[in-house]
Write a protein that binds this ligand. Structure first.
Ligand SMILES: NC(=O)c1ccc[n+]([C@@H]2O[C@H](COP(=O)([O-])OP(=O)(O)OC[C@H]3O[C@@H](n4cnc5c(N)ncnc54)[C@H](O)[C@@H]3O)[C@@H](O)[C@H]2O)c1
Length: 296
């Protein structure tokens, strides 16, 4: 496998493109928004510069990586040579199903169709295609060039051959793949999101403050970041959407999102991306202070 296409050039798409390109693959990066493509190239270049300055890659590797990436606004053009297509577009079931319907028509018959979705059923996405056995989840973690895990998700009809190819390919780009079955939240978010929700419930019930909860988990459990700050980084709207997938998918009240999370998302306090969540980021990421409405 030499030619990869990545659909969506946002946070995840640019990281996935960077990682494959740095490992010698020819990557076609596709987005409907030409500005997003330019931003993605600038981000990849900046991230490569940081790696060069730290001495983890050479200037030649940087140049070769950038030369391995082409950008496209046309899906037909961008997937022309692809043996593996990784969809990393906006987390919206309609958008993703429309993309996969087009891929079913346009992609080479043997191409593997992967999705980086955080929460949408792989089986449901595969069902809109003419090749459900070739559809698989490749759930990368943010920031992709740094994080080692790829959660590989086997849909109900995904073939074992396709799982094997994707496990091998993940290793070739320096990642550690882990194979899981297709149930709501897969493994990563099924475990992470209830922990974050429980942290928000602890705050909501007045058991402890924002910093106290995060300190317990950082110093007591050796988590690099507390669950409330992590929720701010992921985006509180994203956390809410994933909890709703778990709640709807399992029908178990233990996954019901905390009312405080629902209220914060309604108010537009989404975390880092909106400038305020459990913490206020006005002074920058490093100097974030607990948001005023949570101070005791
Ligand atoms: N951000 C994370 O931490 C994270 C982690 C793991 C998985 N994911 C998943 O990765 C996917 C992408 O997330 P993101 O954070 O990079 O989103 P993002 O909003 O940063 O980027 C999405 C990009 O998709 C593009 N897009 C939308 N519709 C498109 C279409 N029809 N064709 C081509 N491009 C299209 C948008 O223009 C945008 O540039 C989502 O499924 C998300 O759940 C995100």
């Amino acid at each position: 496998m030499k030619n990869i296409s990545v659909i969506g050039s946002g946070t995840m798409g640019n990281g996935i493109a960077h990682t494959f390109a740095q490992n010698g693959y020819a990557v076609a990066l596709i987005d409907i928004n030409p500005d997003a493509l330019q931003r993605a190239l600038a981000t990849i270049s900046k991230n490569l510069d940081r790696m060069v300055s730290k001495g983890s890659i050479s200037e030649e590797t940087k140049t070769a990586t950038l030369n391995n990436i082409s950008i496209h606004t046309s899906l037909t053009e961008g997937i022309k040579n692809a043996e593996l297509i990784i969809e990393a577009a906006t987390e919206n079931p309609t958008i993703k199903k429309n993309i996969f319907k087009e891929l079913a028509e346009l992609a080479a018959p043997n191409a593997i169709l992967a999705t980086n979705t955080s929460s949408i059923s792989i089986t449901e996405i595969a069902a809109v295609t003419n090749r459900p056995e070739k559809v698989i989840g490749m759930h990368f973690m943010n920031p992709v060039p740094i994080m080692k895990l790829v959660e590989v998700i086997k849909g109900y009809q995904t073939s074992q051959d396709v799982c094997d190819v994707i496990m091998e390919t993940s290793k070739k780009i320096g990642k550690t793949p882990t194979l899981v079955n297709d149930y709501p939240g897969f493994i990563a978010n099924r475990i992470l999101m209830p922990m974050i929700n429980e942290a928000i419930y602890s705050l909501f019930e007045g058991i402890a403050g924002v910093e106290e909860i995060d300190t317990v988990m950082k110093l007591g459990m050796s988590h690099p970041m507390g669950p409330l700050q992590l929720a701010d980084f992921i985006g509180l709207d994203v956390c809410l959407a994933i909890l709703n997938v778990l709640h709807d998918g399992f029908g178990n009240p233990k996954y019901a999102p905390c009312p405080l999370l629902v209220k914060m998302v309604t108010a537009g306090d989404l975390g880092v991306k909106s400038g305020k969540g459990f913490y206020d980021y006005a002074a920058g990421l490093k100097d974030a202070k607990v948001a005023a409405n949570f101070q005791k």
